[in-house]
Write a protein that binds this ligand. Sequence first.
Ligand SMILES: NC(=O)c1ccc[n+]([C@@H]2O[C@H](COP(=O)([O-])OP(=O)(O)OC[C@H]3O[C@@H](n4cnc5c(N)ncnc54)[C@H](OP(=O)(O)O)[C@@H]3O)[C@@H](O)[C@H]2O)c1
Length: 332
Amino acid sequence: MRPINRPIRWGILGTGAIAAAFATALRQVTDATLFAVGSRSQTSADDFAQTHDVGRAFASYAELAADPDVDVVYIASPHTAHFEHTMLCLGAGKHVLCEKPFALNSTQTEQMVALAKHNGLFLMEAMWMRFIPLIIELRRRVDAGEIGQVRMIQADFGFRAPRNPHSRLFNPELAGGALLDLGIYPLAFSALLLGAPTEITSLANIGTTGVDEQSAYVLKHEGGELSVLASALRTQTSMSAWVYGTDGRIHLPKQFWRAKEMVLYRNEMEPESIHLPYAGNGYQFEAQEVVDCLRDGKTESEIMPLRDSESLMGTMDTIRRQWGLTYPNETE
Ligand SMILES: NC(=O)c1ccc[n+]([C@@H]2O[C@H](COP(=O)([O-])OP(=O)(O)OC[C@H]3O[C@@H](n4cnc5c(N)ncnc54)[C@H](OP(=O)(O)O)[C@@H]3O)[C@@H](O)[C@H]2O)c1
């Protein structure tokens, strides 16, 4: 792929909650402009364009994908549409940053990756946690052996949402449930430090709307390391993470996926508090990575490579198979 030697022109597909947050974050990104938005309706596109100062507002996703002046499209539609919309944009020659979960399953993920490779285009899952400064620092310190060898990870992401059967979170038609929305974060956190699991055991509490309202996952890794993880839509959890090593441990006490602080406990030493605050909502870091990759002519991020998205999706496929949970109209 040829490097792009001018500010990168972004298009946003969808006008919901995360699209708005991403548009706000883009203002903090160097060498990037929010150029166009696409919606299923002209009114939503126009409203979004006015609020976020976007020059072009399209009444269909196809028109956004066809705009020859857009370099990269951020896919901000519900999980069930990630595959279709990523394929649409890659097919139209656009680079793509697609929200998590990357797709519904491995079959879809493989097709997305294959099309990006075939067309020589950049593709990345919007796993923004990986680009948060504190998470990068955590990884650096773990790699430097500051807590010895990692032996166990604990992480959870749960909150109590009202059980609205029509909301994205609870609606099986939109692939609702805790796993794909929230469980993906502790699973991605574990994968970041320990890689893919070799064994997976999980349990889910399937609620009245037919999706997992809470679920727990125990993973075993190649060297016998364990990850003890959970997510929930109807239970507030600590949202924290622990990384336990042979010579110490690290605690991310609050919202580990977007953390600004952690505490490092090393055997026989005073605990060390590490603070890496940032301004804004935190989505600017993943967006900056995409921009930097495009300006360098890279088709993949080294921090969030496609093989890691494929692996994460494989883990979630296995977990859902253990529960017998499929979504209506899910294509395999
Ligand atoms: N990274 C994060 O922190 C984070 C946070 C929240 C959500 N997400 C992810 O982002 C995605 C969107 O979440 P969201 O909270 O922004 O959802 P949302 O507020 O419901 O917005 C989704 C948007 O997608 C478009 N859309 C296309 N097909 C749709 C359909 N069949 N039903 C409803 N909307 C449809 C709509 O835009 P138009 O009406 O303009 O077409 C809608 O506004 C999800 O996959 C979620 O996992 C990520």
